[in-house]
Design a protein around this ligand. Sequence first.
Ligand code: C2E
Ligand code: CA
Ligand code: CA
Ligand code: CA
Length: 276
Amino acid sequence: AKSSGRNNYQFFAPALRSYGFELLQWEAALRRAIERQEFVLHYQPQVSLGSGALIGVEALVRWHHPEHGLVAPDRFIPLAEESGLIVRLGEWVLREACRQNRAWQMAGLASVPVAVNLSAQQFRQDICALVAAALDESQLDPACLELELTERVLMDDEVLSTLQALKRMGVGLSIDDFGTGYSSLGYLKRFPLDRLKVDRSFVADIGQDGDDEAIVQAIVQLGRTLRLRVVAEGVEAWRQWRFLAAIGCDDVQGFLTGRPVEAGELERLWRAWRPA
Ligand code: C2E
Ligand code: CA
Ligand code: CA
Ligand code: CA
């Protein structure tokens, strides 16, 4: 099947996916894709609720499959994790995001952090060396790189020294999908985090569901108390924006202020940016 457009994700036939050999074929295809560099990063703006300024971008990987078109990460990240290919893919993502952010700065755009998603598996490699190499190669200021970690990464106490080393290098650390993972809050004070990203499942029903509003409010309060910046994910409507601004959330990321787009398109948007 062909993709009908560059932003239409091709969903693989579920019937085929359930066969083991199909899975192996996809794994082989993924491996080839890494060699052939068929991946592309899209970037989504992060916006300050106070000023409306663009204060960061998140890099989100897509697979530009020669036959299936643009494939969304939910379709191949799990496979990449299972097969261990995520380590090489993640390395490419990190280098490319740093290179692109530096290129934007050289082109006169503001210096803001680019956020990169890290898989728990990448912490089994020497992630500090990899980050150092990506920064060195791109000449990007460490303050302009932010690493997004899941609660799963933080479950492991052995990552503490790694995160401390990354912190000393000057990169930002944020916790992704906050509230959906393991419920221990102890790591919030143990680990040197800068930012907390409220999962979009809590943001979706703001304005309709009092329980979700109470949860978001509690997370924002927790972030303030611990001096972490709080960004709400999945903001699609002004009612969510207004609520988040009223409770003192710092930033938003969502379709309301910009979908993930390719680098050239993001640059165009950015240059025309008018605070909301
Ligand atoms: P995530 O890190 O939570 O990224 C945010 C996801 O929410 C993105 O999906 C983004 O397109 C989507 N999103 C943003 N705003 C809205 C909104 O207003 N409404 C809705 N409904 N969705 C919104 P995407 O790009 O499909 O990525 C899915 C997940 O794949 C990411 O979730 C992340 O866990 C993973 N991922 C993406 N890129 C990478 C990567 O380079 N490395 C690793 N390890 N994982 C990645
Ligand atoms: Ca993320
Ligand atoms: Ca997230
Ligand atoms: Ca709900």
